[in-house]
Design a binder for this molecule. Structure first.
Ligand code: ADP
Ligand code: MG
Length: 555
């Protein structure tokens, strides 16, 4: 049977070998075992149900939340001489009826539908009357309430499917799945551990970069101009950002389209087609754009603003380089975006539990922007990808355009301050205390009387907030997300406070920070501080801060 699958792969699709993971899913499906296939974007998930569909008898039903993609997929199959069709709301009632009839007569090998189709009794009756070999759930993460794109209507489909008189083999396919989502999908689709097929998530042809501290619009202008013949996508969070960016790029004579939910359907369709057919090279869009867009030659994806989580980020960034050619994924980081994203979570109608979860995911996204680990590796770790990939060697963290500087002393001061403030406050007020701000809230809580007050007055509040985020990313601090995020000492904090572990931070080589001047009262403050710290951590005072570092700091 597998040989037959190979022949099908060659004769229909023209490929010599299956990719990693495809064989297992195909074998399982042919043996009528359910599967859950977790493969990166562009990994070749379609083949996983298309090949078994061709070697087994009966019809394969593909459920996809992406109406825009159905036609493309069906056209692709039809052009290969395969009997395929779709039934969705874009068709007239007459057309729908005709296709349902043909389906009843077993004339299709593949039929694509959206989850909503399952609301139709007529459709369900038809399904019951035909020989279905397999049902494939594309973009299966949308079924799970833990998924980043949960669609309640998709979840009910699973129950309807299970009521079919002849339950076919099920395949769930997704590019993004955390452990929670996987467990949820396993349970829903009856997939045991052995039937979960997870290929590595690494996308070797992608180069990840984080850009901080630059004018974002200027960066984008330069970048787009530099690569003006190459297709690229720029993602922004709000429609307003999209409109502004689009306007300014267009004004510079660049060949851009835009896409967001505030535009008419026609305008969106035109923009999308122009981009797909290479009539325009750059697409400026909100995350409304891209789900199910099959454009393989996207050479770069720039995120103008921080995405809400890594699931979304990796999926959006992953639209670059689906053809396997080298491509860039650039995230322009600015601290303000954190507030925007938090605001969006806070304003949403999610239940508290879900909100807390979203805050947690946002924090992981923020951490990505501050880590000094290999960026590809960070993403793989996040998705619990066990493939022990080596550092990519080309992301902005791997590439040696940064210097490591010792920030141990500053870290000790921040950690002490968090401790002194009772581990009950967030980054912004902590930064104010360290800065020595005369903010009303600081005074109200009596923080201006703390020994850590004004300890890092040589930095701006913004720098301090960024530094705190860095400490969170590196597990020196924990940011507990809730309605108000709260900083607590992390698992690596004690060693830093004891002076037994350094805190090294990467800074860009060009703009290496001058060491900060401290005022003369520091010595006194530190003396009190180290005694307090010593008491609270049960270590002798002299190991908390060495005299050498004290003198250095006081000088
Ligand atoms: P996904 O749905 O996982 O994002 P697709 O199914 O759209 O990915 O496949 C991405 C690309 O990879 C397509 O162009 C597809 O033809 C190609 N592809 C899939 N399987 C193979 C294979 N075994 N060998 C070569 N190319 C493949
Ligand atoms: Mg796909």
């Amino acid at each position: 049977m597998l040989q037959e699958a190979r022949n099908v792969l060659k004769t229909y699709f023209g490929y010599d070998d299956f990719r990693k993971g495809q064989v297992t899913v195909i074998e399982q499906t042919i043996e009528e075992k359910n599967s859950l296939a977790i493969m990166p974007t562009g990994g070749g998930k379609s083949i996983c149900y298309q090949v078994p569909g061709l070697v087994t008898s009966g019809t394969t039903l593909v459920i996809s939340p992406l109406i825009s993609l159905m036609k493309d997929q069906v056209d692709a199959l039809t052009s290969l001489g395969i009997a395929a069709t779709y039934i969705n709301s874009s068709l007239s009632n007459e057309e729908q009826r005709e296709r349902l009839n043909a389906l009843r007569q077993g004339r299709y090998k593949f039929i694509y539908v959206a989850p909503e189709r399952f609301d139709s009794e007529g459709f369900l009756r038809t399904l019951d009357s035909i020989t279905l070999s397999t049902i494939a759930f594309d973009e299966a993460h949308c079924i799970s309430q833990w998924g980043h794109d949960f669609r309640p209507s998709y979840r009910t489909v699973v129950e309807r499917v299970k009521q079919l008189s002849n339950l076919p083999t099920l395949i769930g396919l997704t590019a993004t799945a955390t452990d929670e989502v996987i467990r949820d999908l396993q349970q829903l689709l009856n997939v045991n551990d052995a039937q979960v097929v997870k290929t590595g998530f690494a996308r070797d042809n992608l180069t990840f970069q984080i850009v901080k501290g630059q004018s974002r619009s200027a960066y984008i202008e330069d970048y787009v101009r530099l690569r003006k013949d190459e297709p690229g996508i720029i993602y922004a969070i709000t429609r307003k950002q999209v409109d502004q960016l689009h306007f300014s790029l267009k004004e510079k004579g660049l060949n851009v389209s835009k896409y967001h939910a505030g535009m008419s359907e026609l305008a969106r369709k035109e923009a999308q087609n122009a981009f797909i057919q290479d009539d325009t090279t750059v697409m400026v869009a909100t995350n409304a754009f891209g789900m199910g867009i099959d454009k393989s030659n996207v050479r770069y994806v720039i995120h103008y603003a921080l995405p809400k989580n890594l699931e979304s980020y990796y999926q959006e960034a992953g639209r670059a380089g689906r053809d396997g050619a080298p491509s860039d994924c650039i995230l322009l980081f600015s601290g303000q975006d954190i507030h925007t994203q938090k605001y969006l979570i806070e304003q949403s109608e999610m239940v508290e539990d879900k909100k807390r979860q979203e805050y947690g995911k946002l924090q992981a996204m923020i951490n990505y922007c501050h880590t000094d680990q290999c960026l590809q590796q960070y993403i793989l770790d996040y998705f619990d990808d066990e493939t022990d990939a080596e550092d990519c060697g080309k992301c902005s963290n791997c590439k040696d355009d940064t210097d490591k500087v010792d920030r141990t002393k500053e870290a000790q001061m921040v950690l002490s301050c968090v401790k002194r403030m009772g581990e009950r406050f967030g980054a912004s007020i902590t930064a104010k205390v360290l800065k020595g701000s005369s903010d009303r809230k600081v005074k109200q809580f009596g923080f201006d009387r703390l020994s850590t007050y004004g300890l890092l007055s040589g930095y701006t509040e913004k720098e301090l907030v960024q530094f705190i985020h860095f400490l969170v990313a590196e597990n020196f601090l924990v940011s507990e997300e809730g309605r108000f995020p709260v900083l607590r000492l992390g698992k690596r904090a004690v060693d830093v406070l004891k002076g037994t572990a350094p805190v090294m931070m990467q800074v860009a080589k060009v703009e290496k920070k001058k060491s900060t001047d401290y005022d003369g009262t520091l010595f006194e403050k530190l003396r009190t501080l180290r005694k307090e710290l010593a008491d609270s951590h049960g270590v002798p005072p002299y190991v908390v801060f060495s005299d050498k570092s004290l003198t250095e700091m006081a000088s």
